[in-house]
Design a protein around this ligand. Structure first.
Ligand code: AMP
Length: 285
């Protein structure tokens, strides 16, 4: 169990990746904000299965947090993260500081397209601008062959895919399934904020998505009916603050009346002060 090599500068990181690629290796990158859990480690496993070397980036990106969000209290657990990465077999941890990723005077940002506008874009203005900007910068620092993202952040992977296509970035985007606790709660670094009572309420997110899936299995195709069932499930569990619980087109996130082939059921809700997101793909075949 060798610890990953920790790299903190863009110059050193980029050199290591380029040298590996010159020697014929395929390099995978897993961008994270740290506070690692089994969801993150599933991305490391996917990268290790598809690549010769795996770089995990750990960077709590200030530009994707709103002014009233949890940037300063976001969990930072570097030593535990490195131990988990050692056990998972990651080769490198790229751990830059803010000044390394945002050099003095940095003002250039990536403006993502339409898919960033609804849902998270509406409730977290500027969030995807920050995400797209840091992901592009991380791809510069770690010019990998493939990057691994989780379906957990459904809209994020659509924004990243769109950016990669639009900006002609030479990297393959791989999206991996959501990893859940045994009781269904989607793993998230923010779950540590939940009290026992809140954690219990939080189970209603995955329960609502399961209810949506079974409605579709039973033949329901009306998006509003399914969304309304999800909202009822959340409210019955005592969740009052629902940002959205909706069924939309899986690719564009546009509103739909009926599910024809693929839709996405997406939820964002506040449990106490903690904002949680979860989702499921609804497919009719
Ligand atoms: P974060 O550290 O929260 O920015 O997440 C880093 C990456 O891990 C993103 O691509 C997330 O979608 C992914 N991720 C987070 N939670 C999970 C999960 N429960 N299952 C799978 N991937 C996840």
């Amino acid at each position: 169990m060798t610890k990953p090599q920790v790299v903190s500068t863009v110059r050193a990181m980029c050199g290591i990746v380029q040298a590996a690629q010159r020697s014929g290796q395929r390099v995978g990158v897993v961008p994270t904000m740290g506070a690692l859990h089994d969801g993150h480690l599933s991305l490391v496993a996917a990268s290790r299965a598809a690549c010769d070397a795996t770089v995990v980036t750990i960077f709590v990106n200030p530009t994707q947090f709103g002014p009233n969000e949890d940037f300063s209290r976001y969990p930072r657990t570097l030593e535990a993260d490195l131990a988990k990465l050692a056990a998972a077999g990651a080769d490198y941890a790229f751990v830059p500081d803010v000044a390394e990723m945002y050099p003095a005077g940095a003002t250039t940002m990536v403006e993502p397209g339409e898919v960033a506008k609804p849902l998270e874009g509406q409730f977290r203005p500027g969030h995807f601008r920050g995400v797209a900007t840091i992901v592009l910068k991380l791809f510069q620092a770690v010019p990998a062959d493939a990057a691994f993202f989780g379906q957990k952040d459904y809209q994020q992977q659509l924004v990243v895919r769109r950016m990669v296509a639009d900006l002609l970035l030479p990297i393959e985007i791989v999206v991996c399934p959501i990893v859940r606790e045994p009781d269904g709660l989607a793993m998230s670094s923010r779950n540590v904020y939940l009290s026992a009572d809140e954690r219990h309420k939080a189970l209603s997110l995955s329960r609502a998505l399961k209810a949506a899936e079974s409605l579709v299995t039973q033949g329901e195709r009306d998006a509003a009916t399914i969304a309304s069932r999800m909202q009822t499930t959340l409210r019955e569990a005592g969740i009052e603050s629902i940002d959205y619980a909706t069924v939309v087109d899986a690719q564009t996130l546009a509103a739909i009346d009926r599910i024809d082939s693929l839709a996405a059921a997406l939820i964002a809700a506040r449990v106490g002060t903690t904002r949680l997101i979860d989702n499921a793909i609804l497919s009719v075949s």
